[in-house]
Design a binder for this molecule. Structure first.
Ligand SMILES: [Ca+2]
Ligand SMILES: [Ca+2]
Ligand SMILES: [Ca+2]
Ligand SMILES: [Ca+2]
Length: 457
């Protein structure tokens, strides 16, 4: 550490292989911060499920059909006479429940027919034949282990634990509202991003800026930034890797942390300024330092005042919230929860914590060179499970990006408020209301996006 520059620590995280080549389940690999652990054997390859693709939004009900139930007092002959009088042609009848399905004459709309039938005192009810759909489920290979997005109580990896069904951020139903806009860019102010990763390359807006090496190629030489970028906005529904929170949003890589996991505050300040002036709507900062600094405060204030939402990690050493997350007025501070909606003890508590998001055993991409350089082999798939508030934060940043896509005019305070007030107070049993552990609670994408979608219409 120099006398003039404050150093920024990359938040310590734990990384283990998600799946790699080979068929033998192996031991977990671990990586604490910049110190990679070694693996003893490859992990299991999982095949892609034959799962439902995503369906486009379409009709709300079957065209030309109504469902009708008549009052039981109406006898069969009267019932047939009545339906004929409306020009209805019987298609089907649900036995026992005595519900009829009719074809509506082409001269009338379904709405008009339903309205007319409801006026008839012999009709108990009449309604369109509504269409139910599965929530948007992406076809990404490892979506099934992404409990953070959709927790069904599934096993999280071949040797993993199982969580609690529903303890997730409600991503699939939120994606029915929006999958994001390509006009919205999330800057990843971190160690860089693997620009050639198969699950990221299509999402990267440009090669970004590298403030560590002073060039225009923010390639990741550490791994951390690639993981964070993928959680926020991996290429989604591409039959590959994982799903990102913000399907259609773009990633802007900004390298401010060196390969060894350290960065100087001046580079971080420069990186935030550059991101704001190069099209970022949201900035993810899964980085933190214990020192308060006016320079850093100025940088996040600059973003905030330009309507750019800054999401930052609370930190992982179980002590006070780190900076910039601790800049309460300008930053959304994100703590971690796990697959049971519980806060891990390492997630830093403090009054500045705004919300929490899943940060334990999070599936994410790692650079294509990563496993070969960290005790694996070049044939290992470039994905890993990782732990940390670094992993929690991009879930919130992805949500912020989806909100900005629906309502670009919202300022940073409004976006942060939407995320705060729609969160689920998952520890209300012991800590009712906002608390230091998880702030307002674990983020809920659907509760955040549905009202925005309605008011944006
Ligand atoms: Ca570079
Ligand atoms: Ca993918
Ligand atoms: Ca705060
Ligand atoms: Ca609470």
């Amino acid at each position: 550490m120099t006398a003039h520059k404050k150093r920024f620590g990359l938040l310590a995280i734990t990384v283990i292989a998600l799946f790699a080549a080979g068929l033998v389940p192996g031991e977990q690999r671990s990586l604490k911060g910049e110190s990679p652990g070694r693996s003893t054997s490859p992990r299991t390859v999982r095949s892609v499920d034959d799962r439902l693709g995503v369906q486009a939004r379409a009709e709300r009900y079957a065209p030309g059909q109504v469902m009708v139930k008549f009052k039981p007092s109406l006898g069969e002959p009267m019932l047939e006479a009545t339906s004929r009088a409306y020009g209805l042609e019987k298609i089907d009848k649900i036995p026992v429940l005595e519900i009829y399905k009719y074809r509506v004459p082409e001269s009338l709309t379904v709405e008009d027919m339903v309205e007319a039938l409801r006026q008839n005192p012999d009709v108990e009810y009449a309604e369109p034949n509504y269409i139910a759909r599965v929530a948007a489920t992406p076809n990404d290979t490892y979506f099934k282990v992404q409990y953070a997005l959709s927790n069904t109580g599934q096993k999280i990896g071949s040797t993993g634990p199982s969580g609690t069904s529903g303890d997730d951020i409600k991503a699939t139903s939120a994606w029915d509202e929006t999958k994001g806009s390509a006009e919205v860019t999330i800057a990843i102010v971190d160690t860089g991003v693997d620009l050639v990763h198969p699950d990221l390359k299509a999402k990267i807006k440009s090669a970004g800026r590298d403030f560590v090496n002073n060039d225009n190629d923010a390639t990741d030489d550490n791994g951390h930034g690639t993981m964070v970028a993928g959680i926020a906005a991996a290429d989604t529904n591409n039959n590959t890797g994982i799903a990102g929170v913000a399907w259609n949003c773009k990633i802007l890589p900004v390298k401010v942390i060196a390969a060894d996991g350290d960065g100087f505050y001046d580079d971080i300040v420069s990186g935030v300024r550059w991101a704001v002036d190069n099209g970022a709507s949201v900035i993810n900062m899964s980085i933190g330092g214990e020192e308060a600094a006016d320079t850093l405060r100025d940088a996040v204030k600059y973003a905030h005042d330009k309507k750019v939402v800054v999401c930052a990690a609370a930190g992982n050493n179980g002590t006070a919230v780190v900076y910039p997350a601790a800049y309460d007025a300008f930053v959304l501070a994100v703590a971690a929860t796990d697959y049971n909606d519980a806060r891990p003890s390492w997630s830093n508590p403090g009054p500045q914590v705004d919300v929490a998001a899943p940060g334990t055993r999070i599936a994410c991409p790692v650079p294509t060179w990563f496993w070969a350089a960290n005790g694996g082999s070049s044939s290992d798939e470039p994905y890993a499970f990782a732990d940390g508030t670094s992993m929690a934060t991009p879930h919130a940043a992805g949500l912020a990006a989806l909100i900005k896509g629906l309502k670009p005019s919202l300022n940073a305070d409004s976006v942060m408020d939407v995320i705060r007030y729609s969160a689920d107070d998952v520890n209300s049993g012991s800590k009712r209301g906002k608390d230091d552990d998880i702030g307002y609670g674990r983020i809920n994408m659907t509760k955040a996006l549905v009202p925005i979608k309605i008011t944006a219409r």
